[in-house]
Every structure is written in structure tokens, then in C-alpha cells.
Design a protein around this ligand. Sequence first.
Ligand code: NAD
Ligand code: UDP
Ligand code: UDP
Length: 316
Amino acid sequence: MKRILVTGGAGFLGSHLCERLVKEGNDVICLDNYFTGSKDNIRHLLQYDNFELVRHDVTSPYYAEVDEIYNLACPASPPHYQYNAIKTMKTSIYGAMNMLGLAKRTKAKILQASTSEVYGDPAIHPQVESYWGNVNPIGIRSCYDEGKRAAETLFMDYHRQNGVRIKIIRIFNTYGPRMNPNDGRVVSNFIVQALKGEDITIYGDGTQTRSFQYIDDLIEAMIRMMATGDDFIGPINTGNPGEFTMLELVEKVIELTNSKSKIVYYPLPGDDPKQRKPDITLAKDKLDWEPIIPLDEGLIKTIRYFENKIKESHLK
Ligand code: NAD
Ligand code: UDP
Ligand code: UDP
């Protein structure tokens, strides 16, 4: 049994990761300040003796004795990370530094949840790990993109300078149950709008692309990455190479929900990347991993989750 710390454990990704780690019999500490996460996401784990919930902000030091750390704490949707841009940067940088300090002291392995946003508005397509990216350092997305880039730098320097055992994964757009219905990301927005019969909001002309990875595929990749030997540190892409325009996504959501919603167009937010698709050759090679859940199947599961959420909120 390993002692594992998951920062941001009450969030969308973190709650699925905690669930998997607890069910595998590990001793899990879930640390969260509940900025975008929620106790509802991990309430079902509180019954397990090997699960512990701690309210803590990663910008302050934290002390525990652990074998592994998954550093996920950080708001991830544009409206949330822009809400308090300075705090987002602090969370990325001080959070990474504190967790790296903890890893250095305890000799724990530490995995950083980095992001495809380190590639910015990419000039090469699909994106490979060796690409340095095209990020605006002074725009409205910069607090997140540059915060995550600086965190990667800290990880590399703690590794080079202090021998910390690090792993960096660059996560592409991920969706599934327990996404926050109000966090403004495209999959949750479209599904909730379609289910409620509200107008579906496309930003820009809808020709921009994203590649959507179902949550279970990501969790499998994270676990496999943590299990690799100390000589493999990444960065490594994890995402589903299936690439869709937002117009294609709307069509799928409308069809799968039988919705009568109509589409409305809003201006494209600043610095919104035009295209995004992972090259996952490295993950196939090093992790023997590739995503197995196609978009339609993942969307059906996610739609079912939001249907239940909406029903519950009507009952309250
Ligand atoms: P989320 O917002 O659901 O989860 C983030 C969690 O971190 C929340 O529970 C939040 O309360 C917590 N948190 C935020 N600031 C904190 C702080 N200062 N101290 C302690 N806890 C804090 O988002 P998510 O989609 O689960 O993303 C998790 C991680 O994965 C993030 O680091 C994000 O950047 C990364 N990521 C996510 C995606 C995606 O598509 N979901 C893509 C790339 C990277
Ligand atoms: N830190 C932490 N938990 C630990 C060890 C360190 O939160 O178990 C913090 C520590 O307070 C510091 C940061 O991690 O702010 C970086 O640690 P490092 O050892 O690199 O820095 P130093 O303490 O030498 O300034
Ligand atoms: N988007 C959209 N309508 C929405 C929310 C988002 O058209 O209601 C667009 C957004 O402009 C972006 C894409 O969908 O081009 C993905 O947005 P999301 O916030 O989910 O992820 P990110 O931009 O961080 O990849």
C-alpha cells in the first residue's frame, strides 16, 4: 500500500483519480481548497478508511509523509482561471514549488498535471512534445498557460538540481461525469444547454478544433505514467487524437440529447487556440497506452450524468 497525495483531489479529474487510487487499496490524502472543486465529488469516498480529506491551499507549505504526489490543484476552465488571474499564477507556481519541496524532503515521486495549453495557439499540428509552443505572455489566458509553463520549468529544475523524481504529463481537453456544470467549458456548456432546451453558445464561427479525451482514458494514462521508471520523466502528451470542430461537437450533442435548442454565436474570446490535436506516439511507446473511448460513447455517459444532476437539482 502506498501513501499518495492528490492536490486538487475534489475537482473533476482529481475525484476520479482519488477513486481509482482508493479502490486499488492505497492510502490517499485528498487536498483541496474547494475553489472549483466540491465535496460532492468525493463524498462517496469518505466511507473508506484509506481516504482522507484535507482543506488546504497549495500556495501555503504542506507537510505529510508520502510516497507519491499527483499535483492537480489549479482551476482549469478559462472563466475560472481568469476570475482571479493572479491567484491562478500563484497556485501554479507556489503550488508546484511547495509540492516539489515536499517531494524533495520525502523523496516521493511527483507528477505534474500540465496541459496542452503550454503549446498556446500552436503553429504545428498535431502537437508533439518537442514543440516549444506559441503562447502570448501578456494575454487573458497567460496566467494559466505561463503558470503551467513555469511549473514545468520548476519541475525540471528540481529534478536537475535536487534529483527529485518527477513526471510531467500534458493533458489535452478532457471531459466526463463530475465536470462542473457551471465552469464554462465547451462540453459541459453544450450538454447542459441542450438538456435544458436553452440556446447553445458557439464562440466564433465554430470552425476551431479540439480533441476530446474521456476521463477514464486519462486516469489510466496518469497511473501508467506514475508507474514508469525514474529515468522517464516526460513531458508526455495524453489526449485523444480524434479532432472535431465545435460545429461538429454541437451536432453530436444535439443528436444524442434529441434537443430542440437552437445555436447562437458569440464573439471568440481573446487568444482562443484555432486548433489542437495531440501526437500520442510517445504515450503509445512509453506507456503502451492509447485512448479507447470514442467521443459518442463518452458523450452518452456524460449526458446521462448531467441529466441526473439536473433532475436532482429540481428535486431540491
Ligand atoms: P477542476 O477545476 O475541476 O479541479 C481543480 C481542483 O483544484 C479543484 O478541486 C479546486 O478546488 C482545486 N484548487 C484550485 N486552486 C487550488 C489551491 N490554490 N489549493 C488547493 N486546491 C486548489 O479542474 P480539472 O479539470 O479537474 O483539472 C485538474 C488539473 O488538470 C488542473 O491542474 C488542470 O490544469 C489540469 N488539466 C485539466 C484539463 C482538462 O481538460 N480538464 C486539461 C489539461 C490540464
Ligand atoms: N515545503 C513544503 N512541504 C515540505 C517541504 C517543503 O511545503 O514537506 C515547501 C517549503 O516551505 C518551501 C518549498 O516547499 O517553501 C520549497 O522547498 P525547498 O526545500 O526547495 O525550499 P527551501 O525550504 O530551501 O526554501
Ligand atoms: N466554446 C464555445 N462555446 C462555449 C464554450 C466554449 O464555442 O460555450 C469554445 C471555446 O471558445 C474554445 C472551445 O470551445 O474554442 C473549447 O473551449 P474550452 O473552454 O472547453 O477549452 P479550451 O479553450 O481551454 O481548450
